[in-house]
Design a protein around this ligand. Structure first.
Ligand SMILES: [Zn+2]
Length: 338
């Protein structure tokens, strides 16, 4: 089959590889309904994460099961499934505590920018729909695999609830999904920090009530102004830079909570600042598996349309153009047709 391989930074292509096969009795092989490119795929593409050997890219997926290993009990060939980018058994103490992304058997999904993919720990990782969903819901279900699940976790970790005032730092695909999640959780005020017009528009569509285009100290001053000098109850940090963390901390009110899902790069915390600031923080790789059944239900019942975050669709063969479009910020998120 043709799959996406990153050879070295900037060098990505769709090329012939051997078909995935069952390696462990707990594996499943799925035929992807669609795949996509993640913001985190850009780290190795940009050379900001080492590429020691050719990488099989892709960790967001949904599709139909074609084969299962001998120990797979609940997942069957023919089912339409969505899985998390974190592979988990869903039975260990961390999984049962709702933190499947810290599963004792955790692996990170790879190789999903392809027509077929191997999913380890199929019973724990995959969630099946009752029937094959209509094709127009595929982008929405695909979004649940990572980008929606991660935005949702940011809002959940930030303790967004009915009536909350929320600030979302970052207008990438995850930040936009954080806006959607905050609205679904009943936030009254959702302030999206965004400088890009097309993203501001989408943020409003997903539920943002205010847009703040300023950044840094100016951005914080605007948030203070909008919240009567108090700050936000919940802040979703969806970038991962030192500047975005500073902004998130400064926008949060004392006793407020920051949910952080941007992978931190060169971020340092000052103990005294946290101590006297009285800010709560929870973040990390999203335990998407915890939220998947609920998110899939919201998609299947038409309550949410997270697939709107895909503003460019390309055939898998043109995956390199997809990476470039996201790298150059010409696209928010690229869906790959397989
Ligand atoms: Zn586990």
């Amino acid at each position: 089959m043709l799959a996406t391989i990153l050879h070295k930074p900037g060098d990505i292509s769709c090329e012939e590889v051997t078909d995935p096969k069952i390696l462990q009795p707990t594996d499943a092989i799925i035929k992807l309904a669609a795949s996509c490119i993640c913001g985190s795929d850009l780290w190795p593409f940009r050379g900001l994460q080492p590429v020691d050997r050719p990488m099989h890219m892709g960790h967001e997926y949904c599709g139909v099961v074609v084969e299962v290993g001998g120990e797979v009990r609940t997942i069957r060939p023919g089912q339409f499934v969505v899985g998390s980018f974190c592979i988990s058994d869903n039975t260990c103490p961390h999984c049962r505590f709702g933190f499947q992304s810290s599963c004792v058997q955790r692996e990170f999904m790879t190789g999903a920018q392809a027509p077929y993919a191997r999913v380890p720990l199929a019973d724990g990782t995959l969630v099946a729909t009752a029937e094959i969903p209509p094709a127009d819901l595929v982008p929405d279900l695909l979004a649940a695999s990572d980008v929606l699940g991660t935005g949702w976790y940011a809002a959940d970790a930030a303790e967004v609830r009915e009536g909350s005032t929320v600030v979302v730092v970052g207008d990438g695909a995850v930040g936009l999904m954080g806006v959607l999640a905050a609205r679904e959780m009943g936030a009254e005020r959702i302030i999206a920090m965004s400088r890009h017009e097309s993203r501001q528009k989408l943020a409003r569509e997903f539920g943002a009530t205010d847009i703040v285009a300023e950044r840094g100290d100016e951005g914080v001053a605007r948030i203070k102004e909008l919240t009567g000098g108090v700050g936000a109850d919940s802040v979703l940090e969806c970038v991962g830079t030192a500047g975005s963390f500073d902004q998130a901390l400064a926008c949060s009110r004392p006793g407020g909570t920051i949910g952080y899902v941007g992978v931190p790069h060169d971020v340092k915390f000052d103990g005294q600042q946290l101590f006297f600031g009285q800010k709560r923080m929870l973040g990390g790789p999203a335990p998407v598996r915890r939220f998947l059944p609920d998110l899939m239900d919201r998609v299947l019942t038409g309550r949410i349309k997270p697939g709107k975050v895909f503003d460019l669709q390309l055939p898998l063969a043109e995956v390199a153009e997809g990476y470039r479009a996201m790298d150059e910020r010409r696209a928010i998120k690229v869906l790959l047709r397989v």
